[in-house]
Every structure is written in structure tokens, then in C-alpha cells.
Write a protein that binds this ligand. Sequence first.
Ligand code: ADE
Length: 419
Amino acid sequence: MDYHVADMSLAAAGKKRIDWADQDMKVLQLVRERFSKEKPLAGMKMSACLHVTAETANLCRALAAGGADLLLCASNPLSTQDDVAASLVEHDGIKVYAVRGEDNDTYYEHIRAAIEHHPVVTMDDGADLVSMIHSDYADQLGEIIGSMEETTTGVIRLRAMAADGALKIPVVAVNDAQTKHLFDNRYGTGQSTIDGIIRATDVLLAGKNVVAAGYGYCGRGFSMRARGMGANVIVTEVDPVKAIEAVMDGFRVMTMEDAAVIGDVFCTLTGNLNVIRPEHFDKMKNGAIISNSGHFNVELDLDGLGKLADHIKKDVRKNVDAYVMDDGRRIFVLGQGRLVNLACAEGHPASVMDMSFATQALATEYVIKSKGKLGAKVYDVPGSIDEWVAELKLKSMGITIDELTPEQVKYLASWTMGT
Ligand code: ADE
């Protein structure tokens, strides 16, 4: 069998979910229509390591319409929508290796299956696929034309590989496209993280002290939306510029040590490890809710919390574990510290993933067209792709904007006109 999913009988339900998301992915629809006529990926073996969601399914349909022989594996053990995985196998002929709740060994076996598909193009969300090709399948590196990376954490890893001279293939940093991080990271994470926290706990955010660790685009989006729900938002940061930005955006900024004492709900969105540690858990209130919306499950030191706790009660509610301290305090951990928006909810809404994934599909076409011309570096998405995606997104929203007059074009290109 060239797939591994939880339950093929879920395929019909998955198809409904994929079609529902498709309605809100108008730009990706246009890409799919063109791809199905022009077949820019004809006969290309491709492996993608992404969150297996309805939105990703629509990206896969676009790539398959373009002629790709596609294999999809999960980029997180807890983000797979099993019905979507089954539908992609049943209705779209895509080789899917993803089971929600898979253990670490299965997760990596699935990535191995993706590599053993012998892709000439790869796509990652977090760089696990590219990283394993480099470490365990270096003999295949020569087969690869290039790769795309979806997320901030992955781009950071890939840039570190490039700086070390370890990166051997061209990679396009899709995350860094404006039509990706300005919207997906901010409005997508903002809404879906709140959604995950609420679905997991049913907590009322109004009047609560909500602590956002990190004020990058994800942290900004989360803080903005938590404030919109009536929370008193506290931001923790290590970057002085971002900290000032948070202050001037009207948030309280303090250290995690101080925030730990007063926070009701915590969410890490930093991309770094051990952001909330035992010295912080030690000070938290009874009933504190802690969660992570960064790519990897390393931002909450759960091993440290486990050592501090007298015992752990698993699944006190779906996706919630209670760590019970010696003094009786209970600290609630959501989604085992994995991406709360995907582990406890459905990830970003389709309308925002539309831009991210249209950009992914077009970056794939760009990599293929640039075969042999790109070195082993991390590349930006060409500006023309960003512009095209933005223009069509606006059009799909029924919004028309002004154009520069010829006089304004001339003015912007001149340096002689002053006061
Ligand atoms: N990352 C965040 N939200 C997502 C979604 N809905 N689908 C795929 N990847 C995501």
C-alpha cells in the first residue's frame, strides 16, 4: 500500500470538509485551473511534509492538477485531520502518510516514505523533510531541483544550515513572502490560536490576564485578538524593539517571571525552546492554562513541569492534561504543548491559507522553471508572485484600489523635485 491513514471510511466526510475550504480559496482555485491546463509539474515526483488539513488538501489538488506525482506526510504528529487524509487518498489519488496522534517513530517513518518516493521537488513546514534528506539520504540530494519552506521556524533552520555550508539544495522561503507572513502568521495564528484555546477549555477570555510570549507576527496577531475578546494582554519579549512595539500597541510588557504570577492563560509564540520553565510554573496560579502556538513542542518545558508535579492527570477534558502540584495547584496543558491551533482546533481559516498556498504552488512552478539556475541557498519568493497573489486576493474580495497616475510614477522616479 502506498499510503498510511487512520481510517478510509472517513473519506466522504473529508471530501465535504475539503470542498468547504475550497470555497474560500479563490486564488488557489485560479492556480489550479491554470495548472490543470498547462501541467507545469507534469510527471514530477513531489513530496510535501505539511499539516494535513482541508486547506493543505486544496494545495495538493492544485499540485496534482499541475501533473505532480504527489506524496504528502504530516509535519506534526497531532495536526492531521484523518478524514481529509482519507479523502486525499480516495478521491485524489495522493499518497498520504499521516495519522493523527502518531508516535514519534511513525512520524519519522512517514517522512522516510516521503523521501523514498524519490521527489525532485519537496515542500516543508518546519524543515523536517529537508533536514532528514540531508542527514540520512544525502545520496538523493542530487535528484532534487529545489524545495519550499512554509514556516518561520523552518526558514530559521534552513538559514542556519546555509550559514554552516550544510545546505545542498535551493530552498524558497515561502514564509517570508509578504502575502504569507503578513496575513497567515498574524491573522491566521491570531484567530486560530484563540480558537484552539477556547475549544480545548471553553475559557472566558474577557477580564483574564492572557500572557503572549513573543511579539513577532504570530504574537502580534494573538495579542490583538485576545484583546479583542476582552483579555488584559501581557507580552513577554527578548527583543527590545519588539518590546517597545508591544508597549506602544498598548500592551503591558514584563518578564515571564513577573507574568507567571498573574497570568491566567499563557501562550508561547516564539520559535525558541524552554520559554516557560519550572521557575515560572512554580509561581503560577491554581488553574493556569498553558499552551504553545510555535511550530515545535519545545517552548513549554513540560519535562520540567512533569518533575515539579506530584502527578499528571491525562485528558481531564479532550486535549487538556492537568499537572497537579504538591500544594494541590493544577496547571492545565493544552494539546501536549503542540501547536494549539492545529492540535485543538482546525488551524488557520481557508481564506488566509489561500494566499499562503497559492504562493506555495507558484513558488513550486518557479523552482521547476529555474532548474539548474539556483544555487544551494535560501531564496525569497519573486516579488511578481507576491503581487499577483495580492491582486487576485483583493479581486476575490471585490475590492478595487487606485493606480498611480503617470505624473505620480514620474514623481516617484525623480530626485530633483523637493520643497
Ligand atoms: N498552518 C496553520 N494553519 C494551517 C492550515 N489550516 N492548514 C495547513 N497548515 C496550516
